[in-house]
Design a protein around this ligand. Structure first.
Ligand code: EPZ
Length: 431
């Protein structure tokens, strides 16, 4: 299992190009199941979850090419020949919950889907009951047994469906299903994330009729058939947020390019309160860490456009270096503070009280051997390591490889002392 070794203390200086958004690429790849024509997606990030999705779609009979040439990170998908009973197996789904995004497209396109129920995950139970309820509302018959969901429908019918809770992939799943349903669908209490808007933009390019993506109410008029399209995935706002916080933490001067500052409003407003100097431009963000001491500031995670839960762990690392007490309230997932204990092992002063974390700063962090537990928790540990004294060794970095493209190269490129050490496999005797 790879580890990252980071020696803290270097201010990050220079430019980082932000990759395409993993959480926009995953639903977009699933959307290719809706047509028998070719879908070309550009600006695909080279991360583990994309490879998992490629394996998932190929296992169902889709032809998937994935190339990371110098010019373009691109995938070309053609789902003309899907297998009779397409299935998302437990082996794949347990490594990536977003596999449930194939449910809606498969039922809409071929009238059948067999998807392993995603188990719990480190950050919470994360059921998909609202995806299932939405598909039933559109007329699918759903059976759940032996850890799998089987969904069937001769033809989905448009309906009026309001999500009990705001769910990002739930909104995406049902929007994709409704695109091929017979008649009109109105979805209420939808997620408003930029990734939902990007998916709708792709579906419209494929011939779908969708209005209101990005608002709480999305209207879809089902069409008979969808055709192929070419689409460029939006920049990854969570990767951008992570590097903005890295620049702030290390007192550096970091320019992020090919990102979209309009997707980062909640974070940028909060950083102004903390006393971090940020300048935004067309497709770029510059963070300057020379604005003096950081000031404590509370956050509460909310659905977009509120403060994103996917930046909560990284923000916690930042406020360990802020003067005063910051209260972090995590409203989206029930167990998303596992990074706190690892930060405490580095010297942070954090107390967890239910859904609240009380962070007292400013403390000096010291390097330690720590363990990543999930994707964003591992990002938090990288940020802490960048300012900790001496060396930090982060184990289980496969978590970080799920959602960050070549993170050690990007950080080294702006002056961080970081290297990856792979498992030294014992030499095979006699070879
Ligand atoms: C998406 O997950 C993202 N993943 C997550 O990013 C992100 O943390 C999350 O949205 C919240 O913003 C992708 O887009 C691939 P939800 P998703 O459904 O859709 C509950 C990362 O770090 N819920 O919006 O699975 C759920 O338990 C990942 O890149 C139900 O109860 O999250 C949670 O409490 C981590 N029933 C809340 O809703 C359902 O059927 C929001 O979850 C669905 C969700």
């Amino acid at each position: 299992m790879d580890k990252l070794v980071i020696r803290g203390g270097n201010p990050l200086l220079g430019t980082i190009r932000i990759s395409g958004a993993k959480n926009a690429a995953l639903p977009a790849m699933a959307a290719a199941l809706l047509t028998d024509e070719t879908v070309v997606l550009e600006n695909i990030p080279q991360v583990r979850d994309i490879e998992t999705e490629r394996r998932l779609l190929s296992a169902m009979g889709a032809e998937v090419e994935l190339g990371y040439g110098r010019a373009q990170h691109r995938t070309t998908i053609c789902a003309a020949k899907l297998s009779e009973n397409p299935e998302a197996s437990y082996e794949l789904v347990k490594t990536m919950r977003a596999s449930s995004l194939v449910l809606g497209p498969l039922v809409a396109r071929v009238g059948f889907a067999r998807v392993s129920v995603p188990g719990g995950c480190a950050i919470g139970a994360r059921p998909i009951d609202l995806h299932i309820k939405g598909l039933e509302k559109l007329g699918a018959q759903i059976v759940q047994e032996h850890g799998y969901i089987e969904a069937r429908a001769k033809k989905l019918r448009g309906a009026h469906y309001s999500f009990d809770k705001i769910t990002v992939t739930g909104t995406e799943d049902i929007m994709m299903a409704a695109a091929l349903a017979e008649g009109d669908t109105v979805l209420e209490n939808c997620a408003r994330e930029p990734e939902v808007v990007d998916l709708a933009a792709l579906l419209v390019k494929m011939g779908a009729w969708i209005e209101g993506a990005g608002s709480s109410t999305i209207r879809i008029k089902g069409v008979e058939k969808l055709h192929g399209a070419r689409h460029r995935i939006i920049p990854d706002r969570i990767e951008a947020a992570t590097f903005i916080l890295a620049g702030a933490l290390t007192g550096g001067d970091l320019m992020l390019t090919e990102c979209d500052p309009t997707h980062l409003t909640a974070l940028l407003n909060k950083l102004e309160e903390v006393g971090v100097k940020v300048k935004t431009g067309e497709g770029c963000v510059r963070v300057m860490g020379d604005a003096g001491p950081l000031k404590a500031a509370d956050i509460t995670t909310e659905e977009y456009p509120g403060f994103p839960t996917d930046v909560q762990a990284q923000y916690m690392a930042l406020v360990t270096q802020a003067e005063g007490t910051s209260i972090i309230t995590e409203n989206i997932f029930e167990n998303r503070f596992m990074h706190a204990q690892e930060l405490c092992r580095m010297g942070a002063n954090i107390k967890i009280e239910g859904r609240r974390a009380v962070v007292r700063g400013r403390v000096t962090l010291s390097g330690a051997a720590v363990q990543a537990s999930d994707l964003r928790a591992s990002a938090s540990l990288v940020l802490a390591a960048l300012v900790a004294q001496d060396e930090t060794i982060i184990d289980r970095v496969y978590h970080i490889d799920r959602g960050y493209e070549r993170i050690e190269e990007k950080l080294r490129g702006v002056g961080a002392q970081v290297k990856r050490i792979g498992e030294i496999l014992p030499k095979r005797v006699g070879v």
